[in-house]
Design a protein around this ligand. Structure first.
Ligand SMILES: [Zn+2]
Length: 102
């Protein structure tokens, strides 16, 4: 199973190296440190809003998960810096990743 295959199904996993326990981001099939195999860990990730902007009445925020995993996500409520959020929707649309938090 790969990060993209799961994302396509609407599942968000953070890839981790089984040998050295590092989070692998951006996602890759092999660890960029030890070339060990990467596994996907499923859990309820809680992220934090780092910054946000408003475009065409939509809010986009930079959300940080697990210390160094940063994704650009849409949100429907007015964001606040430092606010804790969870991934509410994600997937791949027209070849690009999309994420939504709430
Ligand atoms: Zn490794």
């Amino acid at each position: 199973m790969s990060f993209e295959a799961e994302l396509r199904k609407g599942e968000f996993f953070i890839p981790e190296c089984r040998s050295c326990d590092r989070v692998i981001w951006p996602p890759s099939e092999f660890c960029n440190q030890c070339f060990g195999p990467v596994s996907l860990r499923k859990k309820e990730y809680e992220g934090k809003i780092i910054e946000f902007s408003k475009q065409n009445n939509e809010y986009f925020c930079l959300v940080e998960f697990e210390k160094n995993v940063r994704v650009l996500a849409r949100t429907l409520e007015e964001p606040e810096i430092g606010k804790k959020v969870r991934m509410s929707k994600c997937g791949i649309s027209n070849g690009s990743y999309f994420f939504q938090v709430s």
